[in-house]
Design a protein. Structure first.
Length: 397
């Protein structure tokens, strides 16, 4: 996401930052992630040698294999280096950031050398995941000039543990893959992909103004066979969410359903942590940032449902939410999401109550607009997040 009006930034504004509690018990729950006196700290720049900017996707490497090192954070870049702030939908790089702040190039993807179709080419989005078997999957929503007028369906690109593209997933159900959650084991993986190009470009031919809203955004579950020795293969694809608002946008390229995250599993953990307002029968809930409706939606039984839940059930809305984008779920079942319009992160407990918020970036005008997107938990259980304007990876200490 780019800002239409902002000053030149060199980093985060770290002063006068505090957590705001929306309930009196905000810090009485051991499951709370946001704590008093926390602040964001710089880890590393995410700009590789080719100058790609606008970091979007964030994922912690679960196991060491090939060039992947357990505990490193992978970051995908959405923009190239064309001045003044890069063209959206043209970024081609994934960088690896070590816990100590060392940065290396994991992959630079050449659209002309992809091993399969990817309509429109390469523009790496927030849809980024690393499977335990060592395969990396990243979404592409490409443009030719950084505007929504040239946006095309894209694909999911599968890379091996050395950063080489080995296959693509594409087709009618994959149309502008914008964000992604994943859960996997040694033999199977499940991807949950939000798609934001279903009818958006056709409804809005003028990319210089906000587009017309269409209610065609989707969440697709892709069930994969997985093996360390064999490339992932698609076993089935199911639309489990549909009817989400989406539209083109001159600053953000496109807006629609974005961050996704699964409630904790009941297997091998505290049963209380997997309890949700939708029951404790073991069915995992998928939470979705519904950006244009300024709410968090929930789809129960996301792993095994065979039909679409439509827009799902509203889990939390309004309050400190302000165009929620990236989203993760803690081991204790709390949802954490970052705002696209004001630089805050919000924590929501299992009951859907917004219990705390923390300012991560107050630069620019309006303050914090367009700065936040992807986030993840690092190996220490701390939240790491990208700042799209400063082009950095940061941690909440």
């Amino acid at each position: 996401m780019k800002r239409l009006k902002c000053s030149v930034l060199s980093g985060l504004i770290l002063s006068a930052i505090a957590v705001f509690a929306t309930t009196s018990s905000a810090f009485g729950d051991d499951d709370n992630v946001l704590k008093k006196n926390q602040k964001p700290e710089f880890i590393a720049s995410t700009v590789p040698a080719n100058g790609d900017v606008n970091p979007y996707g964030v994922w912690r490497v679960p196991r060491s294999v090939g060039n992947l090192q357990e505990g490193d954070i992978l970051v995908s870049n959405f923009n190239n280096s064309v001045p003044p702030s890069g063209q959206q939908g043209t970024g081609s790089t994934i960088v690896a950031v070590s816990p100590q702040g060392g940065v290396s190039l994991f992959a630079q993807i050449d659209a002309s050398k992809l091993p399969g179709p990817c309509p429109g080419g390469v523009g790496l989005t927030t849809a980024l995941a690393v499977l335990k078997t060592g395969w990396v999957i990243v979404g592409s929503l490409p443009t030719t000039d950084g505007t929504s007028a040239t946006a095309q369906a894209g694909c999911l690109i599968v890379l091996d543990a050395w950063g080489n593209p080995v296959e693509t997933f594409y087709g009618s159900l994959i149309n502008g893959p914008w964000d992604m959650a994943a859960v996997d084991g040694d033999e199977q993986a499940h991807l949950f992909v939000t798609n934001v190009l279903n009818g958006t470009v056709a409804a809005s031919p003028n990319s210089s103004v906000p587009g017309n809203v269409v209610n065609q955004g989707t969440v697709v579950r892709i069930d994969l066979g997985a093996s360390q020795k064999q490339m992932p293969w698609i076993e089935s694809m199911t639309v489990i969410g549909s009817g989400f608002e989406e539209r083109t946008d001159p600053a953000a390229l496109v807006l629609g359903p974005t961050g996704v995250g699964l409630s904790p599993s009941c297997e091998g953990g505290d049963r209380e942590d997997c309890r949700t307002v939708f029951g404790d029968d073991g069915g995992r809930v998928l939470y979705i940032s519904d950006t244009l409706q300024n709410r968090i939606q929930a789809i129960p039984h996301a792993l095994d449902r065979t039909t679409s839940a439509g827009e799902g059930v509203t889990f939390s809305w309004g309050g400190s939410l302000n165009a929620p984008l990236g989203l993760i779920v803690s081991e204790g079942g709390h949802v954490l999401t970052v705002n696209g319009n004001d630089g805050f992160i919000t924590e929501i407990n299992r009951q859907g109550n917004q219990i705390a918020k923390l300012l991560l970036d107050n630069t620019g005008s309006p303050a914090g607009t367009g700065a936040l997107f992807g986030l993840a938990f690092n190996s220490d259980g701390k939240i790491v997040f990208v700042d799209d304007v400063a082009n950095t990876l940061n941690v909440i200490q």
